[in-house]
Design a protein around this ligand. Structure first.
Ligand SMILES: [Mg+2]
Length: 265
């Protein structure tokens, strides 16, 4: 057991509640970060633990990712009743027909494509990921100087179009025409399912928005009971920390076992 004693104690308090939301980011939490985002594969044991948790009474499970819903579903193999929230909260697997963009947003997306194509001619190593409501510039694997220049150019593009939502991450900049944010999405889901507490694990800047929003939840009792976990190092607003994806699997399995034992049948 590598989980810290205070984290184990927090788990025990969490599983004793009647209704909980167990939510987690995917990349860097349940799957190692890789060069090509579509090469990503979940670590062994993580998805089965989430699937078993989702089958327990009073337990809603959600994957909350920056990825678009399609690839998120394919890569995780997650099935109903696991809730998939994609594009940082702009997409929800329970919504019909995906995402509705207005004419202005559609026009902005076209402009973004044109300008990113020009950027790629200047920075040929930069990769562009297409999402329903935006584009993501990736520079992982580039020599540092090229990566810095490409990221700076993508950020500058974002600054020029003030209606774009610009989200920097590790070796990525996301430029979105519609944006909800992981924090808003998490709190909305918690309210919707009537969760008394939310577990949320993440590894990146966008997850910090999730940790902050859960701490600021207007349901102050739920905010007080939040069990937030940062995976890996870096400054964080999360209450607890685990080292890596394998420790995360161990944490989910401990959560599953504890929840199973208390769950009424
Ligand atoms: Mg991540």
């Amino acid at each position: 057991m590598t989980l810290s004693p205070d984290l184990v104690e927090a788990l025990e308090r969490f599983v004793a509640l009647d209704r909980v939301l167990v939510a987690t980011d995917f990349d860097g939490v349940l799957a190692p970060l890789v060069l090509d985002p579509m090469d990503s594969r979940p670590v062994e044991g993580g998805m089965p633990a989430l699937t078993s948790l989702a089958a327990l009474p009073g337990t809603t499970v959600a994957l909350v990712s920056g990825r678009a819903l399609g690839p998120l579903g394919e890569l995780t193999g997650a099935q109903d009743p696991i809730v998939l929230i994609g594009s940082h909260g702009a997409e929800d697997s329970r919504a019909e027909g995906g995402l509705a963009l207005d004419d202005a947003q559609r026009g902005l997306l076209d402009t973004l494509d044109t300008e990113l194509a020009a950027l790629r001619r200047e920075h040929p190593g930069m990769r562009v990921e297409v999402k329903p409501a935006g584009r993501v510039a990736h520079t992982r694997g580039l020599p540092q100087e090229e990566a810095d220049a490409a990221l700076a150019a993508a950020l500058e593009l974002g600054r020029r179009h003030t209606s774009l939502e610009v989200t920097p991450g590790k070796d990525v900049v996301e430029l979105a025409v519609a944006h909800v944010g992981k924090g808003v999405a998490l709190v909305a889901l918690a309210r919707e399912v009537g969760a008394e507490a939310v577990f949320y694990a993440g590894d990146d800047l966008t997850d910090e928005h999730g940790f902050a929003a859960l701490a600021d939840d207007e349901d102050t009792a739920r905010a007080e009971r939040r069990l937030t976990v940062r995976v890996g190092d870096g400054d964080t607003l999360a209450r607890y920390r685990v080292a890596d994806e394998d420790a995360m699997v161990e944490l989910l399995q401990a959560l599953l076992n504890a929840r199973r034992t208390r769950a009424p049948h």
